[in-house]
Design a protein around this ligand. Structure first.
Ligand code: FAD
Length: 316
């Protein structure tokens, strides 16, 4: 089912999950151990992140070889395996880095033939070792261009003229940033670019994680005021350790309210800090539900226990 239909037809609060492929060489069973305990909460879909490889150059016999080293391959395979095992819709993330427009088109055709009709379209983080995002030669620079390409394929428009070309049928999600994307000059400009993605055909938005209800509310209200009408799913990360008070802002360019920071820092043990974090995020989710959010999207980041604790506090 298309994510947008699943959200709209859900009678209960709609829960979805984001998972990350295991590192190369690890087993898919590791991932099943993350998902298994979360199935009882009936996730409406599971999205699977995509990671650009680090490109290194190696010399062998005086010839320089370009060697892409992908730490977390397998996004599409995981989507097929998860759907098969749990009978739940999966959403592969699709990035720009490493793909020309033609390679993107071919990869989209693969997904279409596999029966995958949901895509989460993001630019992607800079490749490991790079400071900023570098588009592939002949590839896209911004996520809105990928959304436009997918929307064109949904209308039967491919990169070359094809007679009687069959349209694809993708439902498209895109990323939004309640605290603005770190490269955007300001909040309003970033919001305009988000609207561009929606105007190009995105059906829904999932936000970057945030820890302050007012930040989400402001983002939604400002988005609505410039004509963004699609559902905006809040992205939620259960926070469980003191380390995350610095690693989450560093890695995701978000801020954590003083109230939460101080409560966790004053905890007498790591177990108490974990409890404070989970309770805080539970209260945040409750505020969001009371506000009438279309659903809650939880970042598991390869660890299901914190998500299970959060969902248990919320719904049991
Ligand atoms: P864009 O929408 O292209 O925006 C990137 C920047 O360019 C922003 O600053 C924006 O304001 C600006 N911009 C946009 N359009 C224009 C324009 N026309 N002219 C000038 N500036 C413009 N990363 C991964 O590598 N893999 C994943 O699987 C992944 N999944 C994610 C899931 C979610 C829910 C979120 C929130 C993020 C995810 N990311 C993932 C991270 C994401 O790739 C990065 O945040 C990336 O830096 C931006 O991606 P974007 O799609 O928002 O880019």
């Amino acid at each position: 089912m298309h994510v947008i239909e699943a959200i709209k037809s859900s009678k209960k609060i709609f829960i979805s999950l984001e998972i990350t492929p295991p590192n190369k060489g690890q087993s898919i069973e590791d991932l099943y151990r993350v998902i298994d305990p979360l199935i009882e909460f009936n996730p409406g879909f599971i999205s699977v992140t995509y990671h650009q490889p680090q490109v290194v150059y190696e010399e062998r016999d005086r010839v320089i070889y370009r060697v892409p080293k992908r730490k977390k391959p397998g996004t599409v395979g995981i989507c097929a395996a998860v759907t098969n095992r749990y009978k739940i819709d999966t959403v592969p993330h699709f990035i720009l880095g490493g793909f020309s427009k033609f390679e993107t088109e071919d990869a989209l055709i693969d997904l279409h033939f596999l029966g995958i009709e949901n895509i989460f379209a993001v630019r992607g983080d800079p490749a490991p070792g790079e400071k900023s995002f570098i588009p592939e030669q002949g590839g896209h620079r911004f996520a809105s261009e990928l959304v436009e390409q997918i929307s064109n394929m949904n209308r039967g428009i491919y990169l070359e003229d094809l007679e009687n070309a069959q349209p694809t049928n993708f439902c498209i999600g895109v990323a939004g940033y309640p605290e603005k994307h770190y490269e955007a000059p300001n909040f309003d400009k970033d919001l305009q670019y988000l609207k561009q993605k929606v105007d190009q055909g995105a059906h829904y938005i999932i936000t970057q994680m945030f820890f302050d209800f007012q930040v989400y509310k402001n983002f939604v209200e400002r988005g609505r005021s410039i004509g963004i009408k699609v559902p905006i799913l809040p992205g939620i990360k259960p926070i469980i350790s003191l380390n995350q008070l610095s690693s989450l802002p560093r890695d995701f360019h978000i801020s954590i309210p003083s109230k939460l920071v101080e409560s966790m820092e004053n905890a007498k043990s790591s177990t108490e800090a974990r409890k404070i974090g989970i309770n805080y995020v539970k209260d945040l989710c409750q505020q969001l539900i009371d506000f009438g959010v279309p659903g809650i999207h939880i970042y598991t980041m390869g660890k299901g226990t914190a998500t299970q604790e959060l969902l248990t506090c919320l719904f049991k």
